[in-house]
Design a protein around this ligand. Structure first.
Ligand code: ELD
Length: 580
């Protein structure tokens, strides 16, 4: 009888070992082949998607060339404020199509510099014609071109947010915000870039690449509504719409010197929008406007808070815009803080608050020191909620994908094996306490029981902060716009702790807006010599501040839930005082 030998093994002698070996080897081989096949499928999808979007931009560019619209006209139109543009569209001095064409041209110019646009809407021209035909000139957004963050669903377009697995899965309907905007005469014309997963304050992904800051293209525009703010700051948009689950409307506003407003969750509809944390209900995403001035934010809120939105999405609070609250001129008691005790912002951010405080005081308001108690607990609750599923939803989506640098640190921290995590949490507690807290919190929840307790802890935290706020009889609060101004591309993930200035108002679900107050100056950078470098985040910010002169510095205005109009009123007062 002949003996079957495999690599000198005699099968008859070791049948079990050989059998197990063949099964394990075969399984590994199949898994590996599948892994590489899936990866290459996703790579092809990315290549195809990029090519399609590039082609759509090229088609638009060719149309713009044919239209022969002069650079002067483009500048003239795109330099108008929203209220100027509205009145010229209304009285017919400007035509809806000319305005659209000017913004399309300007948007492509911005994109060339910052890579802020994913793609133009092919139907924009058609939509503009329909507005001219069917929408009254008295409608609040008659003929106003608007840009949309990529996670707003638009029929026929896929919302990918940097996850290749979502390519080729288009939305079947428009978001409610998109529908209301169009009913009010607005014309969506481009969709803008975001960071992979949108759980990052940078703005890059493996599908569309990195968006850059128009003030300094070596720096981040912030995120996750980074494409929107880069476009607004470059005058390529007059009104944009984004989302905010940790500062995504306010962080890029701070980095790009634009205006952003995050309402209470449920004031504006989330229906028809996308994101990978939809199942996480402790800290929910808010949707809101981005603009070039406070009036732009107010116009957008007024245009959206209408019966059509309440009908299309009966889950929102049917509260129309309360103009009497926005226009009230009662003097207010406003709390202020420039350090939350969790992350030390650089001097420019503290100077921004000092400027805002002085301006508001000069207007007759009373400013008192106040900060949300226990910012460390606020940060911990935020991270634990965001990763309460132990990152499984995202892990599943990214299984065969290329990981972007903007999400690499969060991903790695969330996926560390538990014995190593425990060890690192213990060691880092003595070396870098905030990183230790973050690493512990990012482990998420072990059970539904654990998740319920987290929900209770978040509720208790909200109650405690509201009580403290009310015991000081505050109408509003001002704070740094973020933990730092724009830092170099690819470095935000190393300074994630700086998000505590914005994430806290997502945990609390308070309305919060961001507006520019000043720019980084030479004294600010010189004062960095005393800046603490206690951990990686502070070190990253200190390094990032080199050469930061001229970058925008924003402040945040915050009010209690559902007091959007009062928040916008404080922003308006501050803007007026700054411009005086
Ligand atoms: C708030 C404290 C951060 C502790 C640092 C360590 C853990 C990092 C984990 C998650 C941070 C998520 C940052 C989200 C920024 C999201 C902006 C947005 N989409 O609204």
């Amino acid at each position: 009888m002949t003996t079957l030998t495999i690599w000198d093994w005699e099968v008859e002698k070791y049948p079990l070992q050989v059998g197990v070996g063949v099964i394990i080897g075969g399984w590994t081989f199949v898994k590996l082949v599948n892994y590489f096949l899936q990866r290459s499928k996703l790579k092809s999808a990315r290549v195809r998607k990029r090519a399609e979007c590039k082609q759509a931009k090229q088609v638009l560019e060719d149309q713009i060339k044919q239209r022969n619209i002069s650079k002067e006209v483009v500048e003239e139109i795109t330099n108008l404020s929203l209220s100027e543009l509205q009145s010229k569209l209304k009285d017919g001095t400007l035509d809806v199509l000319d305005v659209l064409h000017a913004y399309q041209a300007k948007a492509l110019e911005c994109d060339e510099k910052t890579n802020c646009i994913i793609e133009p809407f092919k139907e924009a021209e058609e939509w503009a014609a329909s507005v001219k035909e069917n929408v009254s000139k008295d409608s609040p957004l008659f003929g106003v071109p608007v840009s949309l963050k990529e996670n707003y669903g638009v029929e026929g377009y896929d919302s990918v947010y940097g996850m290749s697995v979502l390519i080729g899965k288009p939305s079947h309907e428009d978001s409610v915000i998109g529908q209301v905007l169009r009913s009010q005469g607005a014309i969506p014309y481009v969709r803008t870039n975001v960071p992979q997963t949108m759980i990052s304050w940078d703005c890059s992904n493996p599908v569309f690449g990195a968006t850059k800051n128009p003030h300094d293209t070596t720096r981040t525009p912030g995120g996750s509504s980074g494409g929107e703010c880069a476009l607004l700051a470059g005058q390529g948009s007059i009104l944009g719409f984004g989302s905010d689950i940790g500062g995504s409307l306010r962080i890029p506003s701070n980095m790009c010197g634009t205006y952003g407003f995050k309402p209470t969750v449920g004031r504006l509809s989330a229906k028809g929008t996308h994101g990978c944390t939809k199942g996480q209900q402790i800290v929910r995403a808010a949707y809101g406007p981005l603009a070039r001035d406070v009036d732009g934010l107010v116009t957008a809120m007024k245009a959206l808070l209408v019966p059509l939105m309440f009908k299309l999405d009966p889950t929102v609070n049917p509260l129309p815009f309360r103009t009497e609250v926005f226009e009230d001129n009662r003097k207010l008691k406003i709390g202020w803080y420039d350090n939350d005790g969790w992350f030390t912002p650089p001097p420019c951010m503290q100077r921004g608050v000092a400027i805002a405080k002085a301006k508001l005081e000069a207007m007759g308001h009373t400013l008192v020191p106040w900060k949300p108690p226990n910012a460390t607990l606020g940060a911990e609750l935020y991270v634990r909620a965001m990763f309460s599923d132990k990152c499984e939803t995202i892990n599943e989506m990214l299984r065969y994908d290329t990981l972007d640098v903007c999400f690499m640190i969060q991903y790695t921290m969330a996926n560390i094996y538990w014995p190593l995590r425990r060890f690192l949490v213990f060691i880092l507690h003595y070396l870098m306490p905030s990183l230790s807290t973050g690493l512990k919190a990012i482990a998420g929840c072990d059970s539904a029981y654990d998740f319920w307790n987290l929900a209770v802890a978040a509720e208790d935290y909200r109650k405690m902060v509201i009580e403290d706020w009310q015991s000081h009889d505050l109408d509003a609060v001002i704070s740094p716009g973020f933990g730092c101004p724009a830092i170099p591309l690819k470095t935000p993930a190393l300074a994630t702790s700086a998000v505590s200035y914005t994430t806290i108002f997502n945990v609390l679900n308070f309305p919060a807006g961001s507006l520019p107050v000043t720019k980084v100056n030479a004294a600010d950078t010189a004062n960095m010599k005393d800046y603490p470098t206690i951990d990686l985040a502070h070190k990253t910010v200190k390094k990032g501040m080199v050469g930061a002169e001229g970058l925008p510095v924003n402040v945040q205005c915050i009010t209690l839930p559902w007091h959007e109009e009062q928040c916008l009123r404080v922003m308006k007062d501050l803007e007026t005082a700054l411009k005086a």
